[in-house]
Write a protein that binds this ligand. Structure first.
Ligand SMILES: Cc1ncc(COP(=O)(O)O)c(C=O)c1O
Length: 458
């Protein structure tokens, strides 16, 4: 079969050279084991021919569209490693933007995509005729969401949401429709949220974190500090039967990796039951990053709704989901879906992801535990600079005492080839964040911690 054009031609002028660089980069990554790659992290890889990157003035400013210095974006990646356009080898410590569960282009997932196409799995189709992978993924999500023998299971799934933002907004719509169904349309619903929450980029979920105040009315947002039980009790007491929902992330990856305690969420569960409010867990960050699939499964309660995305397809877009008790199943076909598709191939990726997670559950947990233990030891060793190590397993943060130190550490870590993120741009935030992909082994964990240690040394 003839291909329309080579990727090099599609890349535009200079594209063939970029393609050659990309291929050489992939060859470099594929022909070395983890140990040999770690030795070269931070170096310029001379084995790859230099490329003149495509410039990005056509992109929006927040994506670097107005950048004046030469581009140094991603040339290619494999597993936990990627090579930049200026040929630097980096170790991705945050799984892309927190979604590349199995790293870049995992060979097993790449093979699965080809196998799926050969087997007749389509990329997408109308939501009313979901193909087998969609229906099976819905079943697997229901299984993962419920403890064995759960008397009131989360038994319904809204799949086919393009991104987590769409899924979060869908969950909120369900809560508000049910509120009105159960309490009439006179009372103003109240939604209790954690300070520093992030439930996506749609307008009303952004209102939950303080944006668009002028434009949203008749919805009260009650913001409480995570893990403050008294404040939570007082909030529910104040709004009483107007409480429509409580939202939380098990680890606040958008607020300094604060782990939300099991006892606090159990209390929220009881308060939601008393008030008749929906308990909604946003597991877009945490989901699929532990053997139990969802973080809440080891925390001693069951929410009414859980939102999943990001890692669910290991970055193979698009797919997010809401898993919920059927009494919340109140939206119509066009109320909360994207392009009306059902995303068969991404759903198949979701099945593969869950299969890989199940087969490596013990290893994943052990590596995550080792990472947290070693970061905690580091926080003790450098107690003058660090407050603590926080988060859970792969989703971890190092909280600095001074914001300038966090920013400086972040800059030096990136310069040394460790792609980490920093929360330092809101008042009081001073945390460097990691979210290791699941292929990380003990060697990778030890490498990161040792590099951190050398960066922390005066
Ligand atoms: C906790 C949480 N909820 C919702 C979202 C929105 O997901 P998406 O970016 O896929 O729309 C994100 C994205 O980072 C998130 O971290």
């Amino acid at each position: 079969m003839t291909v329309l054009s080579s990727p090099g031609l599609l890349f535009g002028p200079g594209g063939e050279a970029i393609l050659a660089g990309m291929r050489a980069g992939l060859e470099f990554l594929d022909s070395r084991d983890t140990g040999r790659l770690l030795e070269r992290v931070g170096q310029t890889i001379q084995e790859i021919p230099p490329v003149a990157p495509v410039e990005k003035a056509a992109l929006q400013d927040s994506y670097g569209g107005k950048q004046t210095e030469p581009c140094d974006d991603l040339l290619t990646g494999r597993g936990l490693f990627y090579i930049t356009e200026q040929r630097r080898l980096c170790l991705d410590c945050t799984s892309g933007h927190y979604q590349m569960l199995w790293g870049y282009n995992h060979p097993r997932l790449c093979a699965a995509i080809e196998e799926a196409a050969r087997a007749g799995i389509v990329w997408d189709n109308h939501a009313k005729i979901p193909q087998t992978p969609v229906k099976r993924l819905a079943q697997r999500l229901v299984e993962a969401a419920n403890p064995p023998g759960e008397p009131d299971p989360l038994d319904t799934v809204l799949l086919g949401c393009c991104t987590g933002s769409v899924a979060c907004e869908a969950a909120l719509k369900m809560q508000l429709v049910c509120f009105e169904r159960d309490r009439g349309d006179k009372a103003t619903p109240a939604v209790v949220v954690l300070d520093g929450n992030y439930h996506g980029t749609d307008m009303v979920p952004q209102y939950l974190r303080g944006m668009w105040r002028r434009f949203v009315t008749h919805l009260e947002v009650v913001t409480v500090q995570p893990n403050d039980a008294d404040e939570l009790r007082a909030a529910f007491q104040r709004v009483g039967r107007r409480a429509a929902a409580f939202w939380a992330e098990p680890v606040m990856m958008n607020r300094e990796a604060i782990p939300v305690e099991a006892s606090y969420l159990q209390l929220a569960r009881r308060l939601c039951d008393e008030a008749g409010a929906a308990m909604c867990l946003d597991e877009i960050q945490t989901g699929f990053w532990q053997p139990e699939v969802f973080a809440y499964r080891s925390m001693g309660f069951v929410p009414d709704m859980v939102v999943a995305g990001k890692g669910m397809t290991a970055g193979f877009h698009p797919l997010a989901a809401v898993i919920y008790r059927s009494r919340y199943d109140v939206l119509g076909q066009y109320d909360a879906i994207t392009t009306n598709g059902s995303a068969s191939l991404p759903s198949y990726m979701g099945l593969c992801v869950m299969d890989m997670l199940a087969s490596q559950a013990g290893r994943v947990a052990a590596v995550g535990d080792r990472f947290m233990q070693r970061l905690s030891a580091l926080a003790e060793q450098f107690g003058g600079v660090l407050v603590d190590a926080r988060g859970r397993r792969h989703l971890a943060g190092l909280k600095f005492r001074r914001v300038e130190d966090a920013i400086d550490f972040h800059r030096r870590a990136v310069a040394a080839g460790l792609w980490v993120r920093v929360h330092a741009y809101h008042e009081g935030h001073s945390t460097v964040l990691t979210k290791l992909g699941l292929p990380a082994d003990e060697q990778v964990v030890d490498f990161i911690v040792e590099r951190f240690e050398s960066l922390l040394r005066p």
